[in-house]
Design a protein around this ligand. Structure first.
Ligand SMILES: CCCCCCCC/C=C\CCCCCCC/C=C/C(=O)SCCNC(=O)CCNC(=O)[C@H](O)C(C)(C)COP(=O)(O)OP(=O)(O)OC[C@H]1O[C@@H](n2cnc3c(N)ncnc32)[C@H](O)[C@@H]1OP(=O)(O)O
Ligand SMILES: Cc1cc2nc3c(=O)[nH]c(=O)nc-3n(C[C@H](O)[C@H](O)[C@H](O)COP(=O)(O)OP(=O)(O)OC[C@H]3O[C@@H](n4cnc5c(N)ncnc54)[C@H](O)[C@@H]3O)c2cc1C
Length: 642
């Protein structure tokens, strides 16, 4: 199963080897539990491990393999981030995709050797989503052949970029490029921020940390201001766009090609989210198979809480989602790598499809991951609320994904643009022009769903039902939009008035893609035992998801009430079937105790001993009487007794 999750036998084996090596290297372990550290201590601890990794990485992993790097990162540095998180996730990808060969030769080897640390500075205090209204300017000075970076007012301060505050000395900065008083829109520039020897900010640069956040606090998200700060013309990233010495602008082959670093993260973060969801579920499911509370049959002893149907219903559909996200994520990364290769050689024809797909997936996956993690936390009762479970930290980090790389509502609306264009093709009889991901919009569906009507139809009728509701909602939202415009509404106003319905269409389309990715994967599996276990999980997935969106299929009578009863019964049937495999389905992800960082979810299952040991090690328990008591509470009580 690990091979299915991680993509191949070899990958699963390598993960085990890497975990085993790390287990033997105490210098790479947390020196004490992270929840007992201050933010400064965590940052220090992370930097300590990071420098050891830089020395020893080659002994543990193949540093050119992103999957091995990611695993090493999760084990040693953990999900709360590290001082170079953005260096690998965005700085290097931005340089790789947007710098010219000559620029790459100058900067990439230095970045890869970690001679310099970089980040991606785009968002500002006043604008994140609406890139067209960013305020930082890069004005070309023809006389010196330099760009002058400037922050015209407080709202133009860069705000949020990870590791910008304290760790990075370089950044890819996005600024509006102005040449001879003409604004060419946001463009990426390579900018040095700090002196390479002293790490002091360079003159003209104001920089710092934005303060503690809901989670992800090892990362020093930062602010940055420029006071007429000059950089050479050749620091504009020039793979696709060029500015010649005389100020001549050569436009890129696609207007949004400079957005590629964002698409990169959107494509890769899906598996990151799946891992966080599976981690939280692993903790909760292990704990639920140890925790005994109450009786189902009063004549019998107390049961493991995992025996309760409500507990299974809380956890198992999310287990199915974690697998589904992992499989959909793997497909998306493959597509991304393909499009990136094409893009580098000038073929931009697939960019729109990739953008639409990743926008939808990013939104649905992060939202459902957050839901699943929070349910996992509640499923642990009181102990879920303790940092000993570590689930609240996992939640805090994962939920950030709903916001970063494009706020979810906004990204769903990006997919909706693509769906509406596709709907227009269908309506004008040009269905043959539809891309493969939306081809179903042009296919006529049966009048009613055939779920429960055709024996041994596998998952086909489920997929057709998802297709039907997605198509119907897309056409309905598009009709609403076109209708408003026909009535004379301005395009943007009409769009806003339909945006809730449009986003519903985007979610349904994305959920269809996820279901199809799961079906495709199960169909490929040769090992009969693995296929059986995953088929059970897929049954739970299709029935649970369909029940969740049933109102869309009921409103036009595509599903009947009796079919809905059947679907509901299937959910209960598969909850029971999955119960014996539940812990194994999560243990198959092979997270080590080091990586999970959860006292509650340790592999040994000694929950109570581990919790008591953990509580005793709390810094508050170093002394029996705290100074808060001697200084304040004791005098208060004494005064009251007089
Ligand atoms: C195995 C290895 C595993 C490795 C795993 C690593 C995974 C990591 C996992 C966890 C790690 C956690 C790390 C956390 C790090 C967090 C880092 C966070 C960074 C950031 O947040 S950076 C800032 C991100 N900011 C945004 O995303 C801003 C969002 N806004 C936008 O993107 C845009 O403004 C917009 C798209 C909403 C709108 O842009 P614009 O106004 O310019 O365009 P429109 O007018 O709306 O559309 C016009 C047209 O363009 C099309 N379009 C838009 N974007 C694209 C694109 N990217 N590609 C192609 N086409 C695009 C759009 O669809 C329109 O087309 P049509 O006119 O409809 O045809
Ligand atoms: C953990 C974390 C890490 C980050 N790292 C980085 C980084 O490394 N580099 C970087 O540059 N940035 C980074 N960011 C910033 C992040 O990319 C932005 O916060 C994000 O893009 C959302 O933009 P915003 O904050 O402007 O939200 P806003 O756009 O102000 O969103 C507020 C509300 O307005 C709604 N809204 C906005 N526009 C529309 C619209 N057109 N239609 C409908 N509704 C709309 C949204 O849906 C939301 O409900 C990070 C953020 C976080 C939380």
């Amino acid at each position: 199963m690990a091979a299915q999750i991680w993509g191949s036998e070899k990958r699963a084996r390598r993960r085990r080897e890497i975990s085993a090596k790390i287990a033997q290297m105490p210098e790479l372990h947390d020196s004490k539990p992270l929840p007992f550290m201050t933010r400064e201590e965590k940052i220090m601890e992370s930097a300590r491990k990071l420098t050891i990794l830089t020395e020893k990485m080659g002994q543990i992993i193949d540093p050119t393999d992103p999957a091995e790097l990611y695993h090493l990162n999760n084990e040693v540095l953990g999900l709360e981030g590290n001082p170079m998180a953005l260096h690998g996730v965005m700085f290097i990808p931005a340089l790789s995709a947007q710098a010219s060969d000559e620029q790459q030769a100058k900067w990439l080897p230095r970045a890869l050797r970690r001679e310099i640390i970089g980040t991606y500075a785009q968002t500002e205090l006043g604008h994140g989503t609406n890139l067209q209204n960013l305020e930082t300017t890069a004005t070309y000075d023809l006389a010196t052949q330099e760009f002058v970076l400037h922050t015209p007012q407080i709202t133009a301060l860069k705000w949020w970029p990870g590791n910008l505050g304290k760790s990075s000395n370089y950044a890819v900065v996005v600024a509006h490029m102005i040449i001879k008083a003409k604004n060419y829109g946001p463009h990426p520039f390579m900018v040095q921020l700090r002196d390479e020897k002293t790490h002091e900010p360079l003159p003209g640069i104001t920089i710092g940390d934005i303060g503690p956040k809901m989670a992800y606090n090892i990362v020093d998200n930062g602010f940055l201001g420029f006071n007429k700060y000059r950089i050479p013309r050749t620091n504009l990233l020039m793979r696709h766009t060029k500015v010649e010495a005389d100020g001549t602008y050569i436009k890129p082959p696609h207007a949004k090609i400079n957005y590629s670093a964002m698409v990169h993260v959107r494509a890769y973060m899906l598996t990151g989210q799946a891992i966080m969801l599976a981690s939280a579920l692993n903790i909760a499911t292990r704990y639920s198979s140890v925790r005994r509370q109450g009786q189902i049959d009063k004549s019998q002893p107390e049961v493991k809480v995992l025996e309760y149907q409500t507990q299974q219903h809380r956890l198992f559909p999310s287990i199915a989602r974690a697998y589904a996200f992992q499989f959909a994520g793997a497909e998306t990364v493959k597509l991304y790598e393909h499009v990136l290769k094409e893009m580098k050689s000038g073929n931009v024809s697939l960019m729109a499809d990739l953008h639409a797909l990743t926008s939808g997936l990013k939104s649905v996956v992060t939202y459902q991951t957050g839901e699943g993690i929070e349910q996992a936390r509640m499923a642990c009762g009181g102990h879920g609320y303790s940092m000993a479970s570590y689930i609240s930290e996992i939640y805090g980090v994962a939920i950030g994904g709903c916001t970063y790389e494009g706020e979810n509502m906004v990204m769903l609306l990006q997919l909706a643009r693509y769906l509406v264009k596709s709907a227009a093709l269908v309506k004008s009889g040009q269905s043959s022009k539809l891309g493969p991901l939306v081809a179903y919009l042009g296919v006529k569906s049966e009048p009613t769903s055939l779920i429960d009507r055709i024996p041994n139809s596998g998952f086909t009728e489920y997929v057709k039902t998802f297709q039907h509701v997605s198509k119907r909602q897309t056409l309905k939202a598009a009709d609403m939009f076109f209708g408003l415009m026909e009535k004379g509404e301005k395009r943007e106003i009409a769009w806003n008035k339909c945006s809730v319905e449009l986003n519903r269409a985007s979610r349904l389309h994305t959920r269809l893609f996820i279901v199809e990715a799961f079906v495709r994967r199960v169909n490929e599996i040769a090992d009969i035992r693995i296929k059986e276990a995953l088929t059970d999980l897929l049954h739970l997935h299709v029935n649970y998801e369909l029940l969740d969106i049933a109102s869309y299929a009921l409103e036009d009578g595509f599903l009947s009430a009796s079919q809905l009863d059947y679907i509901r019964d299937q959910v209960y049937l598969y909850l029971g079937k999955i119960r014996p495999n539940a812990v194994s389905l999560l243990d198959s992800w092979e997270f080590s105790d080091i990586e999970l960082r959860s006292v509650l979810g340790r592999r040994d299952g000694n929950v109570y001993e581990n919790l008591f040991k953990w509580a005793k090690s709390s810094p508050l328990n170093k002394t029996d009487v705290l100074s808060s008591v001697t200084q304040y509470l004791k005098p208060m009580m004494e005064k009251a007794r007089l």
